[in-house]
Ligand binder design. Structure first.
Ligand code: GUN
Ligand code: ZN
Length: 645
């Protein structure tokens, strides 16, 4: 069973429970060749902390001596590994050397017999040069074999491999067809040639197509991805597990893995690694080591480099900054930069998993940053949900270096524009930002360099009229109204802001019901910022200082239930969960029966029963597809239970 602990978009920190222990993901499984133990499994477990490894059942089965031992004492004893053992099936050997002499049934049974914790189906490796027809035909066979493997697995877990060559629709179809099969992990297969040939742009398409088809509650394994330089990108796209034979293979021909690429020992000009393996070595001492010892040292170095990157990836997920790490990493090689650019073609899918806000500020690292779904999200919402309150706008610009929030930078100019009956709109790298929205995430919580690049310049054309204003006035150089007497419009401006943020966050209909009647605002004495919104005497909303968005109060939630039809903002739970949720307990996935497909992570939601009666108000931590497929984990963090009325 798989459970998400933390997430950042599609990336997740998870717990995968197996009979041999719990694997925290993202995880890399070192490939162990039982015939050549460059680093022993015991060392992998104790020194490096790997809780799972992968070995090949086909190789074990082909060697009489090892086969006998595996059958007699079992894999864990054979390898002396107390963690989780996954086995592969021989598919990769067929890719390398042609047909293998084993049936799906035989190899699945063999994996069971030797005590593999996670066995793999004998899938057909779909080569990148195959035609669509060939690929489709072989997927049918793989699907049949997966069904067969799932039916005979008993208490061994089964890895059902997604194939489909470079055809996204076939990948998605293959993945989708496995939803109903009793499979525990989904490796994405057939991608080794893509990685060997640095075809990372296609790799992005393949991963995303597979993710679209798969059920979100199963971990996704990227078969053969073991270079630290691709890990963060793959994690960003929702891969949870990896395996690496390269750490040992590369070591055997004196190649060292670093985060920015692979280097041949003979070509290196210096050794700047201080990992425990390199330790006190210099290039010279390392080169002079006897063959076996040198291979082992490099293999251990490679493993340290992998584990280091995995810890960094986890930290960035926790900090909500994985995009920034990926943007750094993908600058190590043009092929990776291409992959990063490819993400802009998948904006719609990525946006579904993009949280409403994050804790820290968003850092701009270059034009590729515009592929992030946060840009698309902002533009969509401001275009659909912003209601201009005047007929004309006055445009200001933020070329990236502008102070934030914009009201602080352009205080007098904004006041002047408003007095003239115009709405100040800042043409920013995010798109047009009306004055009222200048404090929401990520507008105010983002950092750009002072010197704009061409892509940014293109986005901030001040003569655009983006939000259906009738007329546009272009001012506005800071200081142009230095003499203007600021008049106090604070109250009116704040109410406008309160309304605009509500529309952006909850949609126009919900905002209208929240903001109906007489509006009073509780404003912070220190900062002048909105704290609470009182509508007709009811405290409906509170505003958060951090991201400029609201938390929804039960009184506000009750109005939405009454006036905005389901499923808007609703998460429906089964009747047996209602008493717990009403008392303020979190909503667990197992009890979710329905969910608005427009809910994004970190959004305010209404938890309701089957008759659309309010049970609680809270924050979603998952999207619909996840809530409905996971059996474990929190779907909604409840803030206020509403009790029984
Ligand atoms: N190892 C690397 N690629 C693959 C694949 O596509 N299928 C299997 N079973 N193992 C692999
Ligand atoms: Zn090292």
């Amino acid at each position: 069973m798989f459970e998400i602990i933390r997430r950042d978009g599609l990336a997740r920190i998870g717990k995968f429970a197996t009979r041999a222990g719990v694997l925290e993901t993202p995880a890399l499984l070192p490939v162990v060749n039982p015939k050549i133990l460059t680093v022993t499994p015991r060392e992998l477990y104790e020194e490096f902390g790997f809780r799972a490894l992968i070995t090949n059942s086909y190789i074990i089965r082909s060697n009489d001596d090892i086969k006998q031992r595996a059958e007699n004492e079992g894999l864990h004893s054979l390898l002396d590994f107390p963690g989780i053992i996954m086995t592969d099936s021989g598919t990769f050997q067929s890719h390398m050397y042609g047909e293998v002499e084993v049936s799906n049934q035989d190899i699945v049974n063999f994996q069971k017999r030797i005590g593999s914790d996670i066995g793999t189906v004998l899938d057909i490796f779909t080569e990148p040069f195959w035609t669509e027809e060939e690929t489709a035909a072989s997927i049918s066979v793989t699907l049949e074999r997966t069904k067969e493997a799932a039916s005979m697995k008993d208490d061994m877990m089964i890895a059902g491999v997604v194939q489909g060559s470079v055809y996204p629709h076939l990948r998605e179809m293959c993945a989708h067809r496995m939803r109903d099969m009793d499979v525990n992990v989904h490796p994405i297969g057939g991608v080794v040639p893509l990685m060997e040939q640095y075809r990372y742009e296609e790799l992005v398409d393949v991963i995303i197509a597979s993710k679209k088809g798969l059920s979100p509650d199963r971990p996704v394994h990227l078969f053969g991805a073991g270079h630290p330089m691709v890990l963060s990108l793959a994690v960003l796209l929702g891969c949870d597990m990896f395996d690496s034979a390269s750490y040992a293979k590369f070591a055997r021909d004196d190649r060292m893995m670093f985060i920015d690429g692979t280097y041949r020992l003979e070509d290196m000009l210096s050794l700047d690694c201080k990992c425990p393996a390199c330790g006190s070595h210099t290039l010279e001492t390392l080169r002079k080591l006897p063959d076996k010892e040198r291979t082992r040292t490099i293999a251990r170095h490679n493993l340290y480099e992998i584990t280091k990157e995995l810890s960094i990836i986890k930290r960035y997920i926790l900090e909500g900054r994985l995009w920034e790490l990926v943007e750094q990493r993908c600058r190590a090689h043009p092929a990776l930069l291409g992959a990063l650019r490819k993400l802009s073609e998948h904006g719609e899918f990525l946006e579904r998993y993009e949280p409403l806000s994050r804790d820290g500020a968003m850092f701009y690292t270059g034009p590729e940053t515009y592929s992030r779904p946060v840009f698309r999200r902002y533009l969509e919402r401001v275009s659909e949900r912003y209601v201009p309150r005047t007929k004309s706008m006055e445009s200001f610009t933020d070329n990236g270096g502008c102070g934030k929030p914009y009201l602080r930078e352009y205080h007098k100019e904004f006041v002047w524009a408003r007095r003239e009956g115009r709405t100040p709109v800042v043409m920013s790298p995010f798109g047009p930002v009306p004055e009222e929205l200048d404090e929401i995430y990520p507008i105010a919580q983002s950092l750009f360099p002072q010197i704009a690049d061409m892509e940014t310049e293109k986005r901030i054309d001040p003569s655009d009229n983006p939000l259906n204003f009738e007329t546009v006035t272009v001012t506005a150089i800071r200081g142009s109204h230095e003499d203007a007497e600021p008049i106090d419009t604070t109250e009116g401006a704040l109410v406008d802001k309160a309304k605009a943020v509500a529309r952006y966050q909850f949609g126009i209909a919900a905002a209208n019901t929240l903001m109906s009647g007489k509006i009073e605002l509780v404003v912070s004495r220190n900062t002048g910022k909105i704290r609470n919104v009182i509508s007709d005497g009811e405290h409906v909303l509170s505003m958060r200082a951090g991201d400029g968005f609201y938390t929804l109060r039960p009184e506000g939630a009750a109005r939405i239930i009454k006036n905005v039809p389901a499923p808007h903002m609703r998460v429906t739970v089964s009747d047996d969960a209602v008493p717990f949720v009403s008392e303020g307990k979190n909503v667990f996935c197992a009890f979710v029966t329905g969910c608005d497909d427009n809910i994004r992570p970190m959004e305010e939601v209404l938890v309701v029963d089957g008759n659309d009666r309010l049970a609680a108000v809270g924050r979603a931590v998952m999207v619909r597809d996840e809530m409905l497929s996971f059996r474990k984990g929190v779907a909604v963090k409840v803030r206020d239970g509403v009790g029984k009325s």
